[in-house]
Design a protein around this ligand. Structure first.
Ligand SMILES: Cc1cc2nc3c(=O)[nH]c(=O)nc-3n(C[C@H](O)[C@H](O)[C@H](O)COP(=O)(O)OP(=O)(O)OC[C@H]3O[C@@H](n4cnc5c(N)ncnc54)[C@H](O)[C@@H]3O)c2cc1C
Length: 257
């Protein structure tokens, strides 16, 4: 139950509310999950007046505000890009118009196509008040231990120069993936490959210079990935197939450059 609602005009006021020991006070993004947590008694701090909904590029760093909606990001990324296709699978248009980028990353599980792609992009959460930057893989590990690196996420950042590929397989075209793969390649030749579709968080398969057998590593990563949605054998096979397609797409883009 939400016992207090605050909509501060400044970040200082928001942080001061969130730092209170009592009552438990949480940031409110789109509220799609928070307003449904009926067993939780808390106060909420609505972030919508803090100007955290932009998407800006400076040098080779892109910064997305924490309350940028999924639809807002999709509009700017383009629906036919790897990021746009992941956003399309992430949620229905109605949910995309409400859910915020940070809210989604707080609650995403391993089946989230958006978290899978953002992890491949090596997106980082910027937590206030310290301004600590935490990679998504690190955040999901912290979350397992019930820890948070700050009071709220102000933004997500990632580098601008990478090429990105995304592939997914699901029961129906708009269903959440049973397996999805994302791979990013930087101009330095460095590749970051991630698998999603299973478990509590997406998994990094490889992060380093090209040359490693990433397809084999992907298959190995999902060797035990069985649940009610798919057997481990199926996921292992598809992990290899989808990762191979991602790497081929990156190679094609490099050839066109
Ligand atoms: C009908 C429906 C279907 C759904 N289906 C799925 C599904 O299939 N798979 C799935 O993974 N999810 C699903 N969800 C969950 C939901 O889509 C996500 O949890 C949602 O995207 C969260 O974003 P939000 O902005 O609404 O966050 P909120 O609900 O506002 O907040 C969610 C959590 O994140 C915290 N938070 C929000 N913003 C910040 C911030 N800036 N800094 C720090 N913490 C913050 C809040 O305190 C809260 O704990 C579904 C939800 C609905 C309503």
């Amino acid at each position: 139950m939400i016992i207090e609602y605050h909509r501060p005009e400044t970040m200082a006021a928001a942080l001061s509310l969130l730092a209170r020991p009592q009552p438990l006070t949480l940031p409110l993004g789109g509220g799609t999950t928070l307003t449904q947590m009926h067993d939780l008694t808390c106060a909420v701090v609505d972030l919508q007046r803090l100007g955290l909904d932009g998407l800006n590029g400076e040098g080779d760093v892109i910064t997305a505000g924490a309350v940028l909606t999924l639809q807002g990001l999709m509009d700017q990324a383009g629906s036919d890009t790897a990021l746009g296709r992941a956003l399309d699978l992430e949620a229905s248009p109605h949910q995309r118009n409400r859910s915020t980028l940070a809210g989604r990353m707080m609650t995403a599980d391993g089946r989230s196509p958006l978290a899978t792609v953002m992890m491949a992009m090596d997106a980082r959460l910027v937590w206030l008040p310290e301004g600590q930057e935490v990679g998504l893989a690190e955040w999901f590990a912290m979350r397992e231990g019930g820890r948070k690196p700050g009071l709220l996420v102000a933004s997500l950042t990632w580098s601008a120069g990478m090429e990105l590929a995304f592939e997914a397989v699901a029961r129906t075209p708009k269903d959440r993936p049973i397996v999805c793969a994302a791979a990013a390649r930087w101009p330095s030749g460095s590749i970051r490959a991630v698998l999603g579709g299973f478990g509590n968080a997406p998994m990094v398969v490889y992060d380093g210079l090209d040359g490693h057998d990433i397809v084999k590593a992907a298959r190995k990563k999902y060797a035990q990935a069985g649940d009610a949605w798919a057997s481990a054998e199926y996921r292992q096979e598809m992990a290899g197939v989808l990762m191979k397609r991602c790497l081929a797409a990156l190679e094609k883009k490099e050839g066109q450059a």
